[in-house]
Design a protein around this ligand. Structure first.
Ligand code: IVH
Length: 717
């Protein structure tokens, strides 16, 4: 948990660029006018690069790790700001920008499938006003003043899954993935009790291929029980039912999934070989008749005002449901209008998700404690009288930093309003000053580190207050946890309980010491049998060969997140080259600003860091740069494919898709996911998806596998 509260970790400091939003802090809704101070292209480029890497990181947290750190609203604000900057500065637009894509790539552990009908996301509305704007847009696009009929459904807080039936039998089930490509998780989905294995054909003319989509979820009570069992058997619990659902769908052993009672509501059709009813309401009834489990709370509304009434009704009723819902989905009822309204790159224009307001609770703040992060930043955390909020009991909430405590004027003993939207870390939003008794105490920010007692330092450039003692055990613990985390060296089993003991018992004094741990040393520790000890030692050993960008990120250089680490590895062949780089050279990399460049430069000027790198190398850590050649060539704009954008669809027999991408990038070309008028070629393999259709419509040159191989041959790098 400690890591979750280390807020100052990666966001660039004040002063670098303008209008930086803090990662864990929702901005007030009135602040939606984005980046007003940015006037020059240079400022915009920096901000755009930062926004893209933040959005990518949050995509990864959301889609791959299933542990989002920010609310949907905060995420939307980041994307909105990026979209706004891209429209003000068109030269910064690129096809692979997150504004042009839906989500994050799949994890790689499962076989993948290209969704023939992409699984888009839905744009959000947060107020009645935004719902009316949506209605006005629809009317304008359709050229009508008549009331529009909408179907209103609950937005189930689960994980989207698509089911493909062939001749009435489930052929496969897949996750949404990045919306274009998902992962096949059939074995686990077969354990979900609402998923028909065969369709009921009584009196129905079944389409030969029928794809039905919906949300897999877990009921709240089941979540509490299963989670308690997981924790009791020594596992790490999940923050909420959605994360547990996502984790269960990605289990490699379906017999474990079978013991976790997942459920599914069905709400949409993807591929369908036969005719479909003409309204969405009828589609829902038809799905029910085929044996699918449609959530019973959907209603047909005659106008947007009826829809708004429903939002008011559900705001208060939603807590009484046995499963989580985070809003309502409002869908135009007439399906012929769906075609007329169409979709944007990310979401259909004929539906919108109305998000319920963040759930709040009132409780007493008992204490404020300070935690040290891996960079030494000291973060104050509110210790609360436990209170149940949005599916879990809350006893801690973030206060971010000393400035935030001053801004809230929060005192020990205060009654405070806490908020938790989605499943992010709860935060204190307001103090109920009228309830003060006079006994509340102001909090004095410590002057020494709560872990090691060294004096704390506040620099003039940032809000964070830091412990600058390089041997602080608190920082070491966080550094190791970061080094072992998934995007870094991905060392499974090196969790909080173990790392605490390693640091306390002085078994490690730096990262390199991890590589000298033995099974004997570990098996003596709490919660460590011989088997888990040898698993951890094996995992540590395996981490020696992780890619260089993981290693660079793992080192915990300030402001160097996973995205910046990749940029460095695209530009420099190895660590030595990074070390030799001047500040100017570092800052000349698109996406790296002066402050970040300075931080990287200084990292390699520290004797202590150089000694650590040396020690890691001697321990056998040999990261390989898997990004260099491709990155460098693209960046320098060389090669016969420069300026050409490729889209790949279907399976190639002579190479994997990654290899095809690499070959294109080696020649200076770009590969994007979706076909647009800017696409130069669509490369088509076996069983192509809807991209082929789209390419035909737009008249984009279509290249078969043989022709593609010829192009590669004739343009060798
Ligand atoms: S319709 C274009 N209906 O919400 C996507 N989605 O935030 C069509 N969701 O990805 C989906 N309940 O996973 C639809 N009644 C409902 C839903 C629903 C939950 C999820 C779905 C979607 C996400 C978008």
């Amino acid at each position: 948990m400690a890591d979750l509260f280390d807020f100052a970790k990666e966001s660039p400091p004040r002063g670098e660029g303008k209008n930086k939003s803090k990662r864990h802090e929702a901005r007030p809704l009135s602040e939606t006018a984005p980046s007003p101070e940015i006037t020059t292209l240079e400022e915009a480029a920096k901000r755009v690069a930062w926004l893209r890497s933040e959005i990518e990181r949050h995509n990864h947290l959301y889609y791959v790790e299933a542990r989002p750190e920010i609310t949907d609203r905060e995420y939307d604000l980041l994307v909105q700001e990026l979209a706004e900057l891209e429209s003000r500065f068109p030269e910064l637009r690129v096809p692979e920008s997150p504004t042009q894509r839906v989500g994050e790539r799949p994890t790689g552990a499962f076989q993948q499938v290209v969704h023939e009908v992409p699984m888009l996301s839905i744009s959000n509305a947060y107020s009645q006003g935004e719902l009316r704007e949506f209605d006005a847009r629809i009317k304008k696009l359709l050229g009508t003043n008549e009331d529009i009929e909408y179907v209103v459904e609950l937005k189930i807080d689960g994980v989207a899954v698509t089911l493909m039936y062939e001749n009435g039998t489930l052929a496969y089930a897949a996750t949404r993935g990045d919306g274009v490509r998902g992962e096949i998780v059939t074995a686990n989905v077969l354990t979900v009790r609402d998923v028909p294995h065969h369709l009921d054909q009584k009196g129905v003319n079944l389409p030969r291929r029928l794809e039905v989509r919906g949300e897999v979820y877990m009921e709240k009570a089941d979540f509490e029980r299963v989670n308690a069992e997981i924790i009791a058997s020594g596992g790490e619990g999940f923050a909420n039912p959605r994360n547990l659902t996502a984790g269960t769908l990605k289990l490699l052993d379906p017999s474990i999934a079978a013991r976790r009672p997942l459920r599914m509501f069905h709400y949409a059709v993807g591929v369908c070989d036969g005719p479909l009813p003409s309204t969405h309401a009828e589609v829902l009834r038809w799905l029910s008749s085929l044996g699918f489990h449609v959530n019973p709370h959907w209603t047909l509304c005659r106008s947007i005002e009826d829809v708004i009434e429903k939002t008011v009704e559900w705001e208060s009723k939603r807590d009484s449901l046995p499963y989580g819902t985070d809003g309502l989905v409002v869908k135009v009822n007439r399906r012929d209008w769906w075609e007329r309204l169409g979709t944007t790159a990310k979401s259909p224009r004929y539906m919108i998700a109305y998000k319920f307001s963040a759930e709040q609770a009132v409780t007493r703040l008992i204490d404020i404690q300070c935690q040290v992060g891996r960079t030494g930043a000291v973060t104050p955390v509110a210790i609360l009288e436990p209170v149940f909020l949005a599916g879990s009991t809350i006893s801690r909430a973030t206060l971010h930093n000393a400035d935030e405590i001053a801004r809230l004027d929060v005192r020990i003993g205060d009654q405070v309003v806490i908020e938790k939207a989605g499943d992010i870390i709860p935060k204190v939003v307001r103090v109920l000053t009228s309830l003060r008794t006079g006994k509340e105490r102001r909090f004095e920010f410590p002057t020494t580190c709560p872990e090691c007692g060294a004096p704390l330092v506040r620099s003039q450039y940032e809000v964070a207050i830091r412990c600058v003692n390089a041997s602080c055990p608190g920082q070491l613990r966080e550094r190791i946890l970061h080094y072992a985390s998934r995007d870094a060296m991905d060392i499974e089993g090196l969790g909080e309980v173990l790392v605490n003991q390693l640091v306390e018992k002085k078994l490690v004094a730096d990262l390199a010491d991890l590589y000298h741990l033995t099974v004997e040393q570990l098996s003596g520790l709490e919660r460590m049998g011989k088997k888990s000890a040898s698993n951890v030692v094996r995992e540590i050993e395996e981490s020696k060969g992780r890619p260089l960008h993981n290693f660079v990120y793992a080192l915990g250089i300030r402001y160097v997140g996973a995205a910046t680490a990749k940029l460095l590895c695209q530009r420099f062949p190895d660590l030595q080259a990074m070390e030799r780089a001047s500040k100017e050279e570092l800052a000349s990399i698109e996406g790296i600003g002066d402050v970040v460049a300075e931080s990287i430069y200084q990292f390699f000027r520290s004797e202590r860091n150089l000694a650590l790198l040396e020690k890691l190398e001697q321990a056998g850590v040999r990261p390989q740069n898997t990004l260099w050649r491709t990155g460098q060539e693209v960046q320098q704009g060389e090669g016969p494919f420069v300026g050409k954008t490729f889209v790949l669809t279907g399976a190639l027999s002579s190479m994997t898709r990654d290899e095809a991408r690499r070959q294109i990038e080696l020649r200076g070309g770009k590969v994007t996911e979706s076909v647009s008028s800017k696409t130069s070629f669509v490369v088509v393999g076996a069983e192509p998806g809807s991209k082929l259709e789209k390419a035909r419509k737009l008249g984009i040159p279509i290249v078969g596998e043989q022709e593609f191989l010829r192009m590669l041959e004739q343009s060798k790098p």
